[in-house]
Design a protein around this ligand. Structure first.
Ligand code: SF4
Length: 253
C-alpha cells in the first residue's frame, strides 16, 4: 500500500471508531505512514493490511506516541466518567522528564484548566518542586491515575474507574521513561489502587507523600512531605549529573 492509501484507510477506521464511541470526531494529529515494499503475493497484501491496523494512531503498539495517547484519552468512553466529565485532563510537561508527578484524579480546578494540578494546590506544588530545583515546565511531567474528574459525591468511585484507566498510565510511563515517580495521595493513608500496582514494579524509584491540597489544610503534614522530597532529590542526584549541578547552582545542597 502507498502512504496515501494507508492514511485514507486509517482516517476512515478512526472516524468509524469515533462515531461508535460518542458521535464526535477526535483530533488525532498527523498520520505518518511509510510506503510498503512491493508485494506480489496475496499473503503479502494481507500482512500489509494487518500492520496498518496495528499502526493506526488509535491503537497501542510500538508506533505509539504522546500525540496518539492524548487522542485516545480524549476519545475514551471506557468507564462511566466519560458521561459526567466536562473536559479530559491529560498529562502536561516535557518528554523525558526527571520526575513523573502523579495525582489520583483531577479536581474541579484541573478540569476547568484542562491541566493537572491547577489552582492553589498547584501553586503550592510549584513551590515544593522549586525548593529542590524542579519545575513543571522543564523537568517534571504531571498527570493523574485517572484522566476524568469523578463526581464530588464519589459515585462512581475512583476505584471503579481505575482498572479501565490504568492502560493510559502504562503508556505514559513507556513513552516518557521518567527517572523517578512521585505519587500524591489525596486522603491520608489512601493507597494506590490495585490496578496501578505496576507502578511499584516498573523498576523506577517510587516515592509517595501527601497531596498539596491536604498539606494546605494541615500544616503538620509539611515536615513529612519535605523529608520525602529531600529523599527524592538525593536519589535524583545519583541518577542525573545535570540535576546534581542544577541543585548546586540553586544553592540547595
Ligand atoms: Fe476513559 Fe479514564 Fe476517562 Fe474513564 S476516567 S472515561 S477510563 S479516560
Amino acid at each position: 500500500m502507498t502512504a496515501e492509501e494507508k492514511t485514507a484507510l486509517a482516517k476512515a477506521l478512526d472516524l468509524a471508531d469515533d462515531y461508535l464511541r460518542d458521535g464526535y470526531a477526535c483530533d488525532r494529529g498527523e498520520y505518518a505512514f511509510t510506503e510498503d515494499p512491493p508485494q506480489n503475493s496475496v499473503t503479502g497484501a494481507v500482512f500489509s493490511a494487518a500492520s496498518l491496523i496495528n499502526a493506526s494512531p488509535s491503537r497501542r503498539g510500538p508506533a505509539d506516541s504522546l500525540e496518539a495517547l492524548k487522542a485516545d484519552i480524549c476519545g475514551c468512553t471506557a468507564c462511566p466518567l466519560h458521561k459526567t466529565r466536562e473536559k479530559v485532563v491529560i498529562g502536561d510537561g516535557p518528554g523525558g522528564p526527571l520526575v513523573l508527578i502523579l495525582g489520583d484524579a483531577p479536581g474541579r480546578e484541573d478540569e476547568e484548566a484542562g491541566k493537572p494540578f491547577a489552582g492553589p494546590a498547584g501553586e503550592l506544588l510549584d513551590r515544593m518542586l522549586g525548593a529542590i530545583a524542579l519545575s513543571r515546565g522543564t523537568n517534571c511531567y504531571l498527570t493523574h491515575l485517572i484522566k476524568c474528574r469523578p463526581p464530588e459525591d464519589g459515585n462512581p468511585s475512583a476505584f471503579q474507574t481505575a482498572a479501565a484507566c490504568a492502560p493510559f498510565l502504562k503508556r505514559e510511563l513507556a513513552l516518557l521513561k521518567p527517572l523517578v515517580i512521585l505519587g500524591f495521595e489525596r486522603a491520608t493513608g489512601a493507597g494506590i489502587p490495585e490496578a496501578f500496582n505496576f507502578l511499584k514494579t516498573a523498576g523506577i524509584p517510587f516515592f509517595s507523600t501527601h497531596h498539596p491540597a491536604l498539606i494546605r489544610s494541615d500544616e503538620g503534614l509539611k515536615r513529612p512531605a519535605w523529608e520525602k522530597l529531600k529523599t527524592l532529590s538525593s536519589t535524583l542526584t545519583g541518577l542525573d549529573r545535570d540535576y546534581a549541578g542544577a541543585l548546586r547552582t540553586a544553592g540547595r545542597t
